[in-house]
Design a protein around this ligand. Sequence first.
Ligand SMILES: Cc1ncc(COP(=O)(O)O)c(C=O)c1O
Length: 414
Amino acid sequence: MRGVSINRGRPPHEKVFSMFEALEMAPPDAILGLTEAFKKDPNPDKINLAVGVYKDATGKTPILQVVREAEKRLLESETNKSYLPIPGPPEYGTAVRQLLFGRYSALVAGGRGVSAQTPGGTGALRVAADFLKQKTGRDRIWCSKPTWANHPAVFRAAGLTVDNYPYLDASGTALDLDAMLGTLRQIPAGDIVCLHACCHNPSGVDPTLEQWAEIGQVLNEQGLLPLVDFAYQGFAEGLEIDATGPRRVADLVPELIVCSSFSKNFGLYAERVGALTLVAESPANAAIALSHLKRCIRTNYSNPPKHGGAIVATVLGDDALRAQWTEELDAMRTRVNGMRQLFADTMRARGVDRDFAFITRQRGMFSFSGLTPEQVDRLRGEFSIYVVRSGRVNVAGMTARNMPRLCAAVAAVL
Ligand SMILES: Cc1ncc(COP(=O)(O)O)c(C=O)c1O
């Protein structure tokens, strides 16, 4: 039997049965594995541009003040640690839908949307994939090429087949809408299409609002279900502006799923807080879909963790806290966009041949730097600068302090 060894290499009188002995070491996660290597690097000037975590001007991942305030309130008011409902508290779901679609959206008021609080955006993606595979019999999902490395892994783990649609042009720094729509027009009805709502990971390249409308029209004509991954709301241009693309799509199609995350925009990475929001053609269909989502959740993690969701609901449910959150989020976004500009300016000032202006046009934490895997290896080996081998850089890992060293190193390996 594969994976089972009996008395391998031991004397016959020692009866040993092992399921695990025959396992081989799995490769480390491509991105999180780099962070482990980074932590072990003794170089005091090391720079981590690999993992998608926001860093402030001092290189720290801060706890937002508004989060501390919400936690203080929760500590004082919490009366029990009982289980949450399977889809989380209803007020959390309402707050999430209002954030996604607008406080006064007809879609929200009309009851066509249902939400479940999930362990992060990843949890939402997995529940969505389980639901689609198990409850609707869907088999295939299409991801942009490139996409976040965990997308295909999560979807395949749920039993879906993963295919790709083209996304970037030959330069790798801009959207090729014609190629994208050309492929979407070939996809058979009933397939699922995964879209990044904003701050496309790994490229930082997003469609314009007009392009979103074209995408929505094609999805509708073809009978494709959009699965929108919204992990960076507020990191491109602002909370409302970042939602305009997905809202346009929601206006054009009868049904969609949004998997959203509060890891980045609340800095709640470790609390694992996100949401799955399903929009159906009617409130009755939405209620039925939710009953099935609940079964998928019950057989997975049973019900969501409480703390992160309670923080988010506390902030979104209080106008003053919400305003404070928006301010802190604006400051994070402004810093990242400032680093984009500073990187392009510093490279230009160094007289580097390559034009890095494209970095200033991209949004969110990530950009494709155009560095080759060999150049990435040299950055790590010679300069203790950690970048994913695809050349994706986390701009949020740049600071005014590490910029000169970073740009000198990049110039040296180019
Ligand atoms: C595109 C994308 N989707 C989803 C996620 C998952 O976020 P979470 O940490 O909330 O699971 C990430 C996180 O890096 C991401 O980049």
